[in-house]
Design a protein around this ligand. Structure first.
Ligand code: SIN
Length: 497
């Protein structure tokens, strides 16, 4: 990949940049095979990191397994303190951590700063949840028995993360796991591992016991690493954010040991604008949803359904906003948006754009490749009157293509929105509470966001239905996914007095 050269970031604390795996509280720099991490803006190599061997993967699992024996019995107050320390450390290092994200992922600094605040908030949230794991007392049929339940940590958790949120997808899982008393083996995506290593460095400072956090890496051997985690009887849970395709493979591989699973998979989010919506708000929020991370989030709206009476005005207003974007190097704070992650991502946007135009979509903003900046830079495209048989109606673009479809009735748009195997997020814009509530109930998705395009927050239950996966992260429910219920039945008690 050849591209323009961009300056490397300058860090306040260079200790945050690590070049090895983190296993059992030790940094491990191997002399064996390694893979390269590239700055997606320039293509230049920014790190060389080890391809973990089978022996190293097992060492990380063993470290987590042995540590679990004592970590599970630590006081919830201690775990809360370590989690809170992590929150504070992340906020103290906000600028550096955001620069790492912008450097390895390509997103703009404003998005990266938002991600670090979001990522850190999971530590704050789960610091507060750690002492609040409750069980139940149950009245059994037999009056001489007493039944109580405990929520116990499931054990070692294998955490497999994507590149689009190099920090937040780790913290959302790890904070909940560590709060309950689980230990973790984290596998970041090979495109963006530096954020994970920086978090491990901070975890040492936060006071977590050695072996409770482990980070292992791989690029070409990723399928083998995943298999080893899934098949290990010492790993009790796999939690994954990524594609539905890979999620299904991990589920199959985990079946031999019947692991607990959480799967946060692909989406194809519809955003519906009724003709009684506040149009200023709908335009502003549609932009916020569609172009967060340049369209590379699982909850970015992928299909915009706008009532036929306002579609042209809506499309023109979207175009005006998009034309204000400044696309460029993520680390340059003047840019509102950075670049895409790689050539495959660029090709998918091109494919969906060309397909929709060939099938009759109207071009509102042509956008397209920005070769003067580099091969991964792409200027947003806005299309309207997109035909319902376009590829983008069925598949997630995961990029800066804003396709606007027309609809006439509530029933019609609900059917169109639900005509997808995915069901992660949906959006609805209307001033009529009846419309909002009726549509929200009918949409087949884990999350429905009304009159706002941004809902992500540590307090909300995040997760999908259908082929978008299962399990909920964040919120009061997120911690449950890392626990198992133990039933204690005490029998043959004397009659009550
Ligand atoms: C994702 O893209 O998977 C996560 C998005 C979010 O947490 O807002």
């Amino acid at each position: 990949m050849s591209a323009k050269q961009f300056p490397a970031p300058v860090f306040n604390d260079s200790e945050l940049i690590k070049n090895g795996a983190y296993i059992g509280g030790e940094w491990l720099e191997t002399t064996g095979e390694y893979f390269e991490v590239h700055n997606p803006a320039s293509g230049e190599v920014i790190a060389k990191l080890p391809e973990q061997t089978d022996e190293e993967i097992d060492r990380a699992i063993d470290a987590a397994y042995e540590t679990f024996k004592t970590y599970k019995n630590t006081s919830p107050r201690d775990r809360a303190k370590w989690l809170r320390n992590m929150y504070n450390l992340m906020m103290d290092n906000l600028d550096d951590l955001a620069k790492i994200i912008a450097w390895e992922n390509g997103k703009a600094m404003s998005d990266a700063i938002g991600e670090i605040k979001y990522a850190a908030s999971y530590f704050e949230w789960y610091a507060e949840e750690a002492p609040r794991l409750y069980g139940a007392t149950i009245q059994p049929s037999n009056p001489t028995n007493r039944v109580i339940t405990l929520r116990q940590p499931v054990g070692v958790c294998g955490i497999i993360c994507p590149w689009n949120f190099p920090s937040a997808m780790i913290t959302r899982k790890a904070a909940a796991a560590l709060a309950t008393g689980c230990t973790v083996v984290i596998k970041p995506d090979s495109a963006t591992p530096l954020s994970a290593l920086a978090l491990a460095h901070l975890s040492e400072k936060a006071g977590f016991p050695k072996g409770s956090w482990n980070i292992i890496m791989s690029h070409k051997n990723t399928p083998k690493l995943g298999l080893r985690l899934c098949e290990s009887p010492k790993v009790k849970k796999i939690t994954f954010t990524g594609s539905t395709y890979v999620g299904k493979i991990l589920m199959q591989q985990s079946s031999s040991t019947l692991k607990k699973l959480s799967m946060e998979l692909g989406g194809n989010a519809p955003l519906i604008v009724f003709n009684d919506a506040d149009l200023d708000k709908a335009v502003e929020q549609a932009i916020a949803s569609k172009f967060r991370g340049l369209g590379q989030t699982c909850v970015c709206c992928n299909r915009l359904y706008v009532h036929s009476s306002i579609i042209d005005e809506f499309a023109d207003r979207i175009a005006k906003e998009v034309e204000k974007f400044s696309i460029g190097y993520g680390l340059d704070p003047k840019n509102t948006h950075g670049c895409l992650i790689n050539a495959k991502a660029v090709a998918k946007v091109e494919l969906h754009k060309n397909d929709a135009i060939e099938k009759g979509a109207k071009v509102v903003v042509a956008g397209g490749l920005l070769p003067d900046l580099g091969p991964n830079f792409y200027s947003p495209v806005v299309l309207s009157h997109v035909p319902h048989n376009a590829l983008v109606a069925k598949e997630e673009t995961f990029g800066p293509l804003c396709p606007i479809f027309s609809f006439d009735t509530l029933e019609e748009v609900v059917a169109l929105a639900n005509d997808s195997e995915f069901g992660l997020a949906s959006y609805v814009f209307s001033k009529n509470i009846d419309t909002i509530y009726t549509v929200a109930e009918a949409l087949e998705s884990g999350i429905v966001s009304a009159n706002t395009g941004l809902f992500s927050d540590c307090s909300i239950p995040f997760g999908g239905v259908k082929e978008s996966g299962f399990g909920r992260e964040g919120s009061l429910y997120g911690i449950e996914d890392y626990t198992v219920i133990k039933t204690i039945n005490i029998g043959a008690l004397p009659p009550r007095i």
